[in-house]
Design a protein around this ligand. Structure first.
Ligand SMILES: Cc1ncc(COP(=O)(O)O)c(C=O)c1O
Length: 397
């Protein structure tokens, strides 16, 4: 059934399914399998059977990649065992020794690690750029620039990027190699930002986060436009990557409710960000959906919404008092992920790994993920944490 004429909510309910193919059951089941048997030698030799081998796709993984491709408006989607897997496959697919890669300084830290540790070893030159550079990126493009890598808003520090300006500069550049633009779109997902419509070549997401939505899977997806799909598909196949069929099933199940969940993450996230902005303990709230945020106008122009992830800078206070705040929280868990139904908080310090953008003389930073709990309960939890912080700071604990 084609659902191209429908709104996203309808597509999320009806795409990626094969009506009546599974004895009438609504969902494509978990097809476990490596070996696929062919009917005869003619079919075996023709290699044009729909399914050939487990790594190359099962009805379950194909249902998911079909749905993701449709939502993104792309040509094809590869699935990976994790979000980072989708990132590394996408970079490797386009790069060779001698290439130059521009990566936003606000990139997800393990992506930076992969670039610094692995890509440089393969003879690829890595350069980080200021996430706020916009059209100024033209000055950094070289003859051998092959990839312009974006993430918006940036990991932890949440800077908004001017994606149309960056894409325009990459397209206008007349180098020896075609430049491909890649975005880590995990924060917004295709619900809030349709990257391919903005001319980006590949849009990535850690399905581990909002797609799964329940903190119980590791999954990645990279969707390419027509120009980028042949190379991405070919090299993914060479690298031997695939997503687990169980994870693909759970990714599909998560997608059915992703838009609904994201709307709630957005509403509660904004409510808490506004509340935090008024608190005396807070120096700055880094949430692109707040009119006070420097990236607000760009976000409003290009994005349809904001998810539940944002950061704050506290007014200067000791590490022990930050720990007292965090340890007092009962609804906010301490954990290195986000995108699930539950709220999380984590401290971070960009001064230890940023290479371009300045990050100094600022107070301690915290990242919050606002889950699907009642927002008044979350506020009460944070209030209790701030009471502990004050007791610690004022020596009354
Ligand atoms: C922005 C972003 N991209 C990618 C990833 C990687 O996803 P995974 O943990 O599934 O490898 C993460 C994980 O935290 C992330 O925050």
């Amino acid at each position: 059934m084609t659902t191209k004429q429908f709104d996203t909510a309808t597509r999320l309910a009806h795409s990626g399914r094969t009506t009546h193919a599974h004895y009438g059951f609504v969902n494509t089941p978990v097809y476990r399998g490596s070996t696929v048997l062919f009917e005869d030698t003619k079919q075996l030799k023709s290699r044009n059977a729909k399914y050939i081998y487990g790594r190359k796709g099962t009805p379950t993984t194909n249902s998911l990649s079909d749905l993701v491709t449709e939502l993104e408006g792309g040509t094809g989607t590869i699935l990976a065992p994790s979000g980072l897997g989708a990132i590394t496959i996408s970079l490797l697919a386009f790069l060779e020794a001698g290439d130059h890669v521009l990566i936003t300084d606000s990139v997800y830290r393990p992506t930076r690690h992969f670039a610094d540790e692995m890509l440089t070893k393969l003879g690829v030159e890595i350069e980080y750029y200021d996430p706020l550079i916009g059209a100024g990126i033209s000055n950094l493009l070289r003859e051998n620039t092959r990839i312009l890598y974006l993430e918006a808003p940036g990991s932890q520090t949440m800077e908004m990027q001017d994606i149309p300006a960056l894409v325009k500069a990459a397209k206008a550049h007349d180098g020896a190699r075609d430049i491909y633009t890649i975005i880590d779109n995990t924060w917004a997902t295709s619900i809030f930002f349709k990257a391919l419509d903005f001319g980006v070549d590949i849009t990535l997401q850690a399905g581990t986060k909002y797609m799964g939505g329940h903190s119980d899977i590791m999954l990645g997806a990279a969707t390419a436009n027509e120009r980028a799909w042949p190379l991405l598909n070919k090299h993914n196949s060479a690298l031997g990557m695939c997503a687990g069929t169980e994870e693909a099933y759970l990714g599909l199940r998560g997608l059915r409710t992703m838009e609904l969940r994201l709307k709630q993450h957005m509403a509660s996230g904004l409510e808490l960000a506004v509340w935090l902005e008024q608190r005396p303990e807070i120096a700055e709230v880094m949430h692109v959906g707040l009119p006070s945020n420097p990236g607000y106008e760009i976000w409003k122009r290009d994005f349809k919404g904001s998810s539940g992830l944002f950061s704050v800078i506290l007014n200067p206070v000791s590490e022990d008092c930050v720990a007292a705040f965090l340890d007092e929280l009962t609804l906010f868990g301490l954990g290195y992920s986000w995108g699930g139904f539950e709220s999380l908080a984590i401290p971070f310090d960009p001064s230890t790994y940023r290479s371009i953008s300045e990050w100094k003389d600022k107070g301690p930073a915290l990242r919050f993920h606002i889950g699907l709990e009642n927002s008044a309960d979350l506020i009460a939890d944070l209030e209790a944490g701030f009471r502990k912080l004050a007791e610690c700071r004022d020596g009354t604990a």
